[in-house]
Design a protein around this ligand. Structure first.
Ligand SMILES: [Zn+2]
Length: 254
């Protein structure tokens, strides 16, 4: 029996002082296997650890990491899990060694960081464990992958940044494309054809029924704290954009 649990939820808010990079971190348990899909940014390291401990687990209990891609906000905590092998697409590993210069989310040292871990290459159609399958979803980056998990008779799709938010459904495109626009559009179509329940990279899980979108779970609010005892520090203002224009920044291609 498989179970998919969100350790830290994804959000797509940002600020005029930089992005939070809060990607979803998902725990997939299948029999005795404990698999993490993405690891989140290092700013959430303590939160990932705490989320595991809350479930009675330790870092060493994770046997497999599936990295949807090698952006900082998805892979930075890959070193935390001493017993995990890392599954990544070979093209993504190549991409990390020679990233698009316009893609400031891939630091050139990520390839070195990953190479210090036990890495297994994985791609379209590969099975991780019974009921857990990889699909290629390139476009956002070169070797982006998504994961289809069979849970209680339904196929749940963990999309990473091929579908970072619910808005991707209407846009038909993720909000950041660093590799290939046509690939990104095709990947969204492939994702929508593969499931009705989606776990986006930077949004709460949602179910799609025709045009109807229902969030499945997750917090409806986040508390943000400021520490300005002096009383003169900058205040926080909050605004919501009704739509997000895709950022397409291609400097390198096939
Ligand atoms: Zn990304």
């Amino acid at each position: 029996m498989a179970n998919l649990d969100i350790l830290t939820y994804g959000f797509s808010f940002t600020s005029d002082q930089g992005g939070f990079g809060y990607s979803s971190v998902s725990l997939l348990e299948v029999g005795s296997r404990r698999i993490l899909i993405d690891t989140g940014p290092s700013s959430r390291r303590a939160w990932v650890l705490k989320a595991l401990q809350t479930r009675g687990l330790e870092l060493g209990d994770i046997d497999t990491l599936i990295l949807t891609h090698l952006h900082w906000d998805h892979c930075q905590n890959a070193d935390m899990f001493p017993n995990a092998k890392v599954l990544v697409h070979p093209k993504e590993l190549d991409y990390a060694k020679n990233p698009n210069p316009a893609d400031l989310n891939t630091a050139t040292y990520f390839a070195d960081m990953i190479s210090k871990l036990e890495v297994n290459l994985i791609s379209d159609g590969d099975s991780v464990v019974e009921g857990v399958k990889i699909i290629d979803t390139p476009g956002h980056t070169r070797g982006h992958i998504s994961v289809i998990c069979s849970v209680k008779g339904e196929d749940l799709l963990v999309a990473g940044d091929a579908m970072p938010d619910v808005g991707t459904v209407k846009r038909g495109l993720p909000y950041n494309v660093f590799w290939n626009v046509n690939d990104a559009i095709e990947s969204v179509g492939k994702i929508l054809d593969s499931s009705d329940i989606f776990y986006p990279g930077h949004d709460l899980p949602f179910r799609l029924d025709g045009d109807k979108i229902d969030y499945v779970e997750g917090p409806s609010a986040i508390q943000v704290y400021g520490y300005n005892e002096g009383g003169f520090g900058p205040a926080l203002t909050y605004s919501v954009d009704s739509c997000r224009k895709p950022n397409i920044d291609l400097m390198q291609n096939d």
